[in-house]
Write a protein that binds this ligand. Structure first.
Ligand SMILES: [Zn+2]
Length: 115
């Protein structure tokens, strides 16, 4: 298996950046970027895209085809316990001289109702 992919962004080769310039004088081109596989992008979508922009371009062009692979025809639900609202006081500063209240809602999954 090769250790790189060509970026799958459909317009990657049209973006005006100096790192895409290839070829000899008189016949220069803008070339699709190589995406080297490494420990940070291995087994993620980032093996195939050089940037968010290229990933967005790919999605914009192919979203309907991609979604057809695993269509969502109905909503999913995760059972939860009734949410608990609590107001906590937080302090800060060198001597905790400042404080503020913050209301938080705790949401917990109800494992007993997991299907
Ligand atoms: Zn790209």
């Amino acid at each position: 298996m090769s250790d790189f992919n060509w970026c799958h962004g459909p317009q990657c080769h049209e973006k005006h950046t100096v790192d895409r310039v290839r070829g000899v004088k008189g016949s220069k081109v803008l070339r699709t970027r190589k995406v080297k596989t490494n420990q940070w992008n291995r087994n993620t979508q980032w093996e195939f895209f050089c940037s968010n922009h290229c990933q967005n371009d790919f999605w914009n062009k192919h979203a309907r085809d991609i979604v057809a692979i695993a269509p969502r025809t109905e909503c999913l639900e995760t059972p939860i316990h009734d949410p608990k609202r609590t107001t906590n006081t937080y302090t800060y500063g060198m001597n905790d001289q400042y404080s503020y209240n913050r209301t938080e809602t705790k949401i917990e999954v109800d494992e007993t109702r997991q299907s």
